[in-house]
Design a protein around this ligand. Sequence first.
Ligand SMILES: [Zn+2]
Ligand SMILES: [Zn+2]
Length: 242
Amino acid sequence: MTSVQGAREELDRARDWLHEQMRALATELTGDPAPSIRTPERPQIGAWEENGEAIRFTYALHAQDLTPRPGLGDPVAAAASWLRLAGWEVVVRRNVDAERRGCRVHVYAGQEPGAFVLRGTTPTVMLHEPRSDNPAPPACPGCGQPLRWIPLRNPRAQRRLRPEVWWSCQGCAWVGHQAHEGEELVRMRHLEGEGCHRCGEEGALVATEPVRDEAGQLCDWVVCLDCGVSDGRRWAGGGSTG
Ligand SMILES: [Zn+2]
Ligand SMILES: [Zn+2]
């Protein structure tokens, strides 16, 4: 609802185009017909608004420690000429800094002797409308009543709200949030018997369902509905789920 229509698709197309450009450049420089370009599936936050919201997003693509093909010479100089021929605006100092269609490519020396790195970024695009002062209440996923908005403070920024939109239900004690107004509701569970480490309030802590991270560790995200502080927690070895 408050997503900017078509913006995510446009940003994804920019990512795919940039991936293809970087793949062709890496192939030219390394001789590898299928070089690996690390390309995220979801965009990351590109800029924070003054009110603490995250509505602008970008993609960053990487190819680390590429080895120049035999006879290439200086990979940075070779990258600069390939990019110029491909229509990029290129600035060469110690590294290559190129721009085309709002995307940027940087080429610089890697950790290993002789190796080099490609880094690409898409434009930073507004994917969500700015938050309204009075968000429209969605229906409670538990009981169907209209949820009640919690204007939860951001403890790290005076007089600002947390970036998410928080909701609770007076009918069934459902509590949760949306990343942005109008988006999917994420349920939080109440943590009984634990006090907030910041404000000391008991019964105000809520947490996401525990999930396993990339390393296989159980982790969750805890928020205090009284003071707005948040923490990521993880358990070594995947023990208690609290
Ligand atoms: Zn409810
Ligand atoms: Zn607190």
